[in-house]
Design a binder for this molecule. Structure first.
Ligand code: TC6
Ligand code: FAD
Length: 679
């Protein structure tokens, strides 16, 4: 039986339809929110921080940012970023990264800000690549914001294939300097966030050449603008790359070097070093220089949970105040969330947002553990981390982008308006499919890892103790899937084992296809490309196993009984929905049969119906503040229509009843036509 007001988001003056939903909650929304955000204290802090931002109007936008052009956006977000930093001491515990991130998001919004890459990439890149002396020199200044830095790796001609980056850093032992050069147009650095106008320092990935030998791309820390005038330094050409699909409050930039000289010690020397005489000393592991990319890939998984959760919050709240059509004739128009199709579109997005939340926490914890081990000289787990982070990043960003689009479609016409907030969330989230490693490329990186496991399986077992998330590859499957046999199971082990079977089979299938091609005389690299699609399937399947296992562990650990019940409903939905997604793969070797797939589909519909009354309370528990959602459709109070009208009225176009150019064109056209018809 639902208890009244377990939902703590109910307020007087809210739309009655949304209040009605909130009264159906079967769990305490604060307890759920505390589970998602860590603890009740952390939840309380979120709310205090949000209240602080509400109470300080200087931290707000002067008018909706959707009506600003790029220069206005950039100026507005730069102004707010400074205030974010000024207010931080009063508003947050600056030693807590999550508080800083939340405070910053509430103030700056989702479209980027001038410190985006300084905080998320440049500082981690310094920490991972600078030696102690360099860290002493640059890290305090970076944290103190004495400069604004970015990360410049991608070039016009190459983003994925780092080995073919063309920017060169040639060592001159006579002066003990590097000469940075952009030898071709395609060598122009292109995309680095905040490089266009805001940053004055940057990590630069360049081909390191010493004594005439190229040792591949290495990181350098380079000043590119004058600290006082902010003009590009002589020998550096800088600019903004222009408007993009999203993130237009970020001045992603381009950069060229014209034989630009920098001191020897600007090479970041924690991993590889070049001595004053030009002798090259290699790193302990050739890919150590890539660790800041792994950090962002791990962090992106949690970020996707936020984006998808926000989109689902908007669409679900709107779907209970929007009434359209009848289910029973003459019984009155229903809330659109009462349509099964609407539930099927939206509620799985909530489940995926929850799955990505837990996977994001897991990935960052694994990253921290591995980096700690690396600092002690132990590289063993780097390959596991790279593989897991690659798979999770690729699957989470892709499914998030699709999920946000579903949310937008599900809001009908109003979803297409920027007032919904959905296009903005989509445009930012979908960038995640490309940046920090294009998704397909990352799935193929995971495939390299799976290929090695396949070779081990074929040769009798793992060479080393496998990780918790890969040991299943070395087990044998049951003869037949157990889906549908253990209906009361709450850990869904039998379904996850079916996913494991799929991942193991697809891995071995891709491997045997590869072997056959090689045995037929095909070169290894060609054969790998000829089997890339099967390998991609294996990588996706392996990532599905990881996501479900991590989610299942998180649900098991939940202590609040009512919250655990909802999480069990969500994981049930997540898991049976995934059965539908991989039905072909379960069926194609006869491991599962049509009845089992039908069973899973029925389970989805059954659990959707069960989740329906809790849907608003679940998204409320994501605890997104109205400022963070920036959506008229997703307002907590559900008062959508009058606020849509108010939002439209703030359009600059509505400053004039008649546009200043009207009489010059349309007015004249109609006038002329009328005159002509009189003749
Ligand atoms: C907010 C937005 C900000 C955005 C910022 C950006 O986008 S910044 C720009 C972001 N840009 C990008 O993300 C660019 C994406 N591109 C890349 O990351 C790489 O160039 C690559 C991974 C595609 C290929 O690299 P490659 O041709 O050098 O390598 P290969 O395929 O020949 O494999 C050789 C071995 O290296 C291993 N290994 C590889 N990476 C890692 C790693 N990180 N760690 C550990 N290991 C790694 C791999 O497993 C393999 O091991 P195996 O099997 O031999 O034992
Ligand atoms: C919003 C945004 C922010 C960014 N920020 C930064 C930044 O701060 N700093 C920075 O340095 N860069 C940044 N980037 C650049 C980003 O990292 C690259 O765009 C990304 O790594 C992909 O590289 P690419 O653009 O060269 O794509 P490409 O590699 O040209 O990919 C194009 C297509 O080719 C396919 N492909 C490429 N190689 C292979 C392969 N080996 N096997 C199979 N298929 C392949 C891809 O799957 C894709 O379909 C940003 C990009 C975006 C969109």
């Amino acid at each position: 039986m639902p208890h009244q007001n377990l939902n703590t988001y109910i307020c007087a003056g809210d739309h009655p339809d949304i209040t009605e939903e909130r009264k159906k909650a079967t769990f305490n929304t604060d307890n759920f929110a505390a589970t998602l955000w860590g603890t009740h204290e952390k939840l309380e802090r979120r709310r205090e921080i949000a209240k602080y931002v509400e109470e300080h109007p200087e931290l707000h936008d002067p008018y909706p940012t959707e009506f600003m052009d790029r220069q206005e956006s950039l100026e507005n977000v730069t102004r707010k970023t400074l205030l974010w930093m000024e207010h931080a001491e009063n508003a947050i515990d600056i030693s807590k990264q999550e508080e800083g991130f939340y405070f910053g998001t509430l103030i700056t919004g989702s479209q980027g800000h001038p410190l985006s890459i300084h905080l998320i990439m440049a500082i981690p890149a310094l920490m991972n690549n600078a030696d102690e002396e360099q860290l002493d020199e640059w890290l305090p200044k970076a944290i103190n914001r004495e400069f604004v830095a970015t990360y410049s790796q991608t070039e016009l001609g190459h983003g994925t294939n780092l080995s073919k980056l063309e920017t060169t850093a040639t060592y001159d032992p006579k002066t003990e300097e590097w000469i940075l050069d952009t030898p071709t147009v395609t060598a122009t650095k292109w995309w680095p966030g905040n490089l266009g106008k805001s940053a004055n320092y940057t990590v630069v990935m360049a081909q390191l050449i010493t004594h005439g030998k190229n040792y591949g791309a290495h990181p350098f820390f380079v000043q590119v603008r004058d600290e006082k005038t902010h003009q590009p330094l002589p020998g550096v050409i800088l600019g903004d790359i222009g408007p993009k699909f999203g993130m237009n409050a970020n001045d992603n930039g381009f950069m060229q070097f014209k034989k630009f000289r920098i001191p020897r010690r600007t090479m970041l020397m924690k991993n590889a070093q070049v001595l004053p005489d030009g002798t090259y000393k290699p790193p302990l592991h050739p890919k150590l220089g890539y660790s800041s990319m792994i950090f962002v890939r791990s962090a992106v998984v949690g970020l996707m949970s936020l984006y998808l959760g926000q989109a689902a919050t908007i669409a679900i709240r709107y779907s209970v105040i929007r009434r359209q059509g009848e289910i029973m004739p003459n019984a009155g128009e229903v809330k659109i969330l009462d349509y099964q199709t609407q539930q099927y579109r939206l509620i799985p997005q909530i489940a995926r947002a929850a799955a990505f939340r837990f996977a994001g926490i897991f990935a960052l914890e694994m990253y921290n553990t591995v980096i700690h081990e690396i600092s002690k000289g132990n590289m063993d787990a780097l390959a596991d981390l790279h593989a897991l982070a690659s798979g999770l990043k690729a699957v989470a960003t892709f499914q998030t982008a699709l999920g946000i689009e579903q949310c937008r479609f599900a809001c009908g016409g109003h979803g297409y308006s920027l007032a919904s907030g959905l296009p903005q969330i989509y445009s930012v989230a979908v960038g995640g499919c490309t940046y920090e490693g294009e998704n397909m490329v990352l799935l193929l990186q995971l495939a390299r890892y799976l290929r090695k496991r396949a070779i081990e399986i074929k040769s009798g077992g793992p060479k080393e103790k496998p990780t918790e998330l890969s040991e299943y590859l070395f087990k044998t499957s049951a003869k037949h899937s157990l889906i549908g046999t253990n209906v009361s199971s709450t850990n869904f082990e039998h379904v996850i084992e079916s996913f494991e079977h799929v991942a193991r089979r697809l891995t071995l299938f891709a491997h045997s296809k590869l072997e056959k091609l090689e045995q037929s005389g095909m070169e290894h690299e060609i054969a790998i490309n000829q089997t890339a699609v099967p390998w991609r399937r294996a990588s996706h399947a392996h990532t599905r196993v990881a996501l479900t296992r991590i989610f299942a562990h998180a649900v098991q650990r939940t202590t609040d009984i009512a919250v655990k019940e909802v999480l069990q409903d969500l994981i049930k939905l997540y898991i049976y929905y995934e059965v539908g997604e991989c039905a072909a793969e379960l069926l194609e070797d006869g491991f599962a049969d049509g009845h089992q797939i039908e069973f899973a589909k029925d389970q989805v519909l059954e659990v959707l119906e069960k989740l329906r009354p809790n849907a608003v309370s679940i998204v409320d528990s994501f605890d997104f503040n109205d400022r963070e959602l920036n959506s008229v459709l997703g307002r907590r109070d559900g008062n959508v229509y009058e606020n849509l009208l108010a939002w439209a009225k703030s359009s600059p176009l509505n400053k004039h009843d008649v546009m200043p150019f009207h009489h010059k064109y349309l007015g004249k056209m109609m006038e002329d036509a009328r005159e002509q018809s009189k003749m």
